[in-house]
Write a protein that binds this ligand. Structure first.
Ligand code: KIV
Length: 277
């Protein structure tokens, strides 16, 4: 049976749309977003009621074990995005365009955004950067693909920043960020991620824009919040920024379960007769 029931029916699983996210902002209803990289996790997140699943290029760090996000390829992002899109019945699925898949020129960006939608089945794409990429954003939006912006600590620029410290603490960078946010909205983004910037600045930008602002390390004044799922579950332990709240210590639970299995196998306690044929 198709679980996507019509609006208003009991147990409906109507897809969250970009228009719905805007209405949520207008109603003052916070948007809950997390990252997803595979089908099983996407189903669990969807069941839990997430509004947005981001197939983030953070997959490079939390799944592939890389130091930064810059190495992940378009083909790898398409693979992960396809798994997530197939698992999410309700949440809006956004696919990150990886580093250098949209910066060279607008034609290439458009082709890659199109692949995300056509081949992976996501409903929107995300790009990092401000004024310099607005013409590209407009091209993508003009063909009907919703684009999410991302400003502040943009991890694809980590080698330029040289540090993961909080951004836009100085007036000049804060002013540029205000201009970038306004320019992205004018270029047609449906939402904006603000990462690791002062809470007062994020609140001001959220209040000044019509499109929803989703914060990560940007304080409580945003229209929604996003975290990397592996961080909030306590699975990824390589570093832990202050903005990450641990909702579970699954890393410890998993290691405990693995150890239990090892002990059982070594002691010949597994499998039992009931677990055999
Ligand atoms: O790649 C990612 O997970 C992201 C979020 C941190 C917003 O861009």
């Amino acid at each position: 049976m198709n679980d996507r029931r019509a609006a208003g029916e009991p147990g409906e699983k109507r897809k969250v749309t970009t228009a719905e996210l805007k209405r949520m902002k207008e109603r003052g209803e916070p948007i809950a977003a997390l990252t997803a990289y595979d089908h099983t996790m996407a189903r669990l997140l969807d069941e839990a009621g997430l509004d947005v699943l981001l197939v983030g290029d953070s997959v490079a760090m939390v799944v592939q074990g890389r130091e930064t996000t810059v190495s992940v390829t378009m083909e790898q992002m398409l693979y992960h995005a396809g798994l997530v899109a197939a698992g999410a019945e309700r949440a809006l699925v956004v696919g990150d365009l990886p580093f250098m898949s949209y910066q060279v020129n607008a034609d290439e960006a458009l082709r890659n955004a199109g692949r995300m939608v056509k081949e992976a089945g996501v409903e929107a794409v995300k790009v990092e950067g401000g004024e310099p990429i607005c013409a590209t954003v407009r091209r993508i939006v003009d063909v009907g693909i919703p684009v999410m912006g991302h400003l502040g600590l943009t991890p694809q620029s980590i080698h330029k920043f040289g540090t993961y410290q909080v951004r836009a603490t100085e007036p000049e960078e804060a002013d540029q960020l205000r201009r970038d946010a306004r320019a992205l909205q004018d270029a047609g983004v449906f939402a904006l991620v603000l990462e690791k910037i002062p809470a007062t600045l994020a609140q001001e930008i959220s209040a000044s824009l019509a499109v929803p602002v989703i914060g990560i390390g940007a304080g409580a004044g945003c229209d929604g919040q996003i975290l990397v799922t592996h961080d909030m579950l306590g699975i990824y332990n390589r570093f832990r920024p202050r903005f990450v709240r641990r909702y579970a210590q699954l890393g410890e639970v998993m290691v405990g379960a693995f150890q239990h299995f090892v002990t059982d196998v070594k002691a010949r306690r597994f499998p039992s007769a009931a677990e055999s044929y």
